[in-house]
Design a binder for this molecule. Structure first.
Ligand SMILES: [Zn+2]
Length: 279
């Protein structure tokens, strides 16, 4: 019966702040909406790097920069270019993503001989993914504190946070957002992390059920693509586009699939007519 009810539109009150786990997640997940609603701020939480050589990780391999902060500089520049296409403003926090929380396996990496994108093998990337999945030990407190400071500065009316799929970083940032949301007076929403949602659909159901035990989630009407903006935005992340595509079996669908959003209703969540996370 619920399926017959029309869903409310995703219509957050401006100014709107999107929370991106890494430099590209909001672009890949929300560009249909961003393209139609200029003026958003995209806060990327894990946009920092340690001041040292890290020649063996994802960022070094994809950007060709063995010095970690140089690799992140490349990725921030791409983010600025990509978000300009949808008239959104980047805002970068200096927290580190999971690959910088684990020690490099090869000591003394100088950054020389870092392979370029064309030499990034699917095998190497799958090993990187496996390591990142395993590194879920980050403390949530620094993420919560940094988010609170960023939101105080950005001063949005609405915040759109990730559901938090598959990758330990995504779950950490999502959980931190929900902690902030609990005592926030702003309007909070969730977006579906793409392309992880296309590649791991069972994790979507599992994660949404977990979240719905803590909050009432109102499923909103999907946001369809108009034109090919998301592909253009995704392509602007030049160091990431091909490696991400190679590393995930289903990537193309993420560029054209309708985007999914939920409104967080901050009251206890017994199953009700508005709790329909599976839609
Ligand atoms: Zn990510």
């Amino acid at each position: 019966m619920d399926e017959a009810l029309p869903l409310n539109p995703f219509a957050p009150t401006a100014p709107v702040c999107f929370i991106s786990t890494h430099l590209d997640d909001v672009a890949l997940s929300c560009s249909h909406f961003l393209a139609a609603h200029p003026g958003a701020t995209v806060v990327t939480v894990l946009a920092g790097a340690p001041p040292e050589s890290r020649a063996d990780g994802w960022n070094a391999k994809t950007t060709g920069e063995g010095y970690a902060q140089s690799a992140l500089r490349v990725r921030r520049d791409e983010d600025a270019t990509a978000l300009a296409l949808v008239h959104a403003a980047p805002y970068w926090l200096d927290l580190w993503e999971a690959e910088y929380l684990v020690r490099p396996r090869v000591k003394g990496g100088s950054g020389r001989g870092v392979p370029g994108i064309s030499k990034v093998s699917r095998y190497a990337l799958s090993k990187v993914h496996a390591r990142l999945r395993a590194s879920s030990t980050r403390s949530q407190r620094p993420v919560v504190d940094a988010l609170r400071r960023a939101l105080a500065e950005v001063a949005p009316a609405s915040v759109v946070a990730p559901v938090g799929l598959y990758h330990a970083d995504h779950r950490t940032v999502s959980d931190a957002c929900l902690t902030v949301a609990r005592d926030s007076t702003l309007d909070w929403y969730l977006y579906l992390d793409m392309p992880y949602a296309q590649n791991f659909p069972r994790k979507v159901t599992r994660r949404l059920s977990k979240l719905a035990a803590r909050f009432t989630l109102e499923a909103l009407a999907s946001v369809a693509a108009s034109g090919d903006t998301k592909r253009q935005v995704a392509s602007a992340y030049r160091s990431q586009f091909e490696p991400v595509k190679q590393g995930l079996a289903i990537f193309e669908d993420a560029l054209s699939d309708p985007e999914r959003y939920w409104r967080i209703l901050r009251h206890p969540a017994p199953v009700s007519s508005t709790t329909r996370p599976g839609q």
